[in-house]
Design a protein around this ligand. Structure first.
Ligand code: CA
Length: 297
């Protein structure tokens, strides 16, 4: 019996000791929980989509030019004050030169039927035209449109699966492939220099399409969006958006595939042009002041 009493007393003593320990620790636990809660509140507020969202700018239309609505535009650049356009779709892809302001097609060649044309850029008086899944760039003489050769883009980077948009920054070609990754490529040796992942706030921005390097920024169409992303070439961060939804012509308003696609910058004339797939118009636009409305996700 004595032994049982001793055990009972010991248990009672132990439970009192545990209770005292908890009472001592309680302020520390409360302090710790308060700190963790405060940290989570701070983190969630700094990363909230509304605060991280880049600003959206509107645009003004400077001039409207007629545009062939059969053009499924995939690439647009200014060359010698006129517009070069690369179009897509199998059996319909073309490379064209358009007069500005008339919009007349002054040079026009077909791409082979089994090739789906994508973005174009001009480097060293040569036009480079990407193909979608054919796996190569087509190189033309920019004056005559004579085909000079091909570059297999999987030889540049084996992980490069599709061609979407292309531009250059005066030093490197910059290409998109439908993902959030942009590749920077040496245009002489056709070697991969670096890649950058484009992020809108904290989210990667996929389906980057037609591109244009404009005053130190990469302007990018994003498939199925009526907005242009303005991307920092170093970090890949989206610094702002251009809202071009009001420009979509009424003739293609209900055509889901007739998306905004095609950006061309003329540094000599300080002119910015945009159009879309099968749009009957090509617009010269000017960027207006930033609005404050948050970017939709
Ligand atoms: Ca372009």
């Amino acid at each position: 019996m004595k032994q049982l009493e001793d055990i009972g007393k010991t248990r009672e003593k132990n439970s009192r000791t545990v209770a005292r320990s908890w009472r001592k620790l309680m302020p520390l636990i409360v302090l710790l929980l308060t700190g963790v809660t405060a940290a989570l509140v701070v983190l969630s507020s700094t990363n909230s989509p509304a605060e991280a969202a880049p600003p959206v700018s509107g645009v003004e239309v400077v001039q409207i030019f007629p545009h062939d609505s059969s053009s499924f535009v995939q690439g647009l650049v200014v060359y010698q004050g006129e517009i070069l356009e690369g179009t897509g779709q199998y059996q319909k892809s073309r490379l064209r030169r358009l007069q500005i302001p008339g919009g007349a097609v002054v040079k026009d060649i077909a791409v082979p039927d089994d090739v789906f044309g994508e973005g174009i850029t001009v480097w060293n008086n040569q036009i480079l035209q990407l193909t979608w899944k054919n796996g190569y760039l087509i190189v033309y003489d920019a004056e005559t449109f004579e085909r000079k050769g091909f570059v297999r883009y999987r030889d540049i980077d084996p992980s490069w699966r599709e061609g979407w948009g292309i531009t250059h920054d005066g030093k490197h070609l910059i290409v998109s492939d439908g993902t959030a990754t942009l590749r920077f490529i040496d245009p002489v040796r056709y070697q991969l220099i670096r890649t950058v992942v484009v992020r809108n706030g904290w989210q990667s921005l996929k389906q980057l399409n037609e591109l244009e390097f404009v005053n130190g920024e990469i302007f990018a169409n994003v498939w199925y969006r009526d907005e242009i992303a303005r991307i920092d070439p170093q970090s890949g961060a989206v610094k702002g958006w251009l809202d071009l939804a009001p420009l979509k012509p009424k003739e293609v308003r209900f055509n889901r595939e007739a998306v905004l696609n095609g950006i061309a910058w003329d540094p000599a004339g300080d002119r910015l042009f945009v159009t879309g797939k099968n749009w009957p118009a090509l617009f010269q636009i000017r960027i207006t002041d930033s609005k404050t409305r948050p970017q939709r996700r």
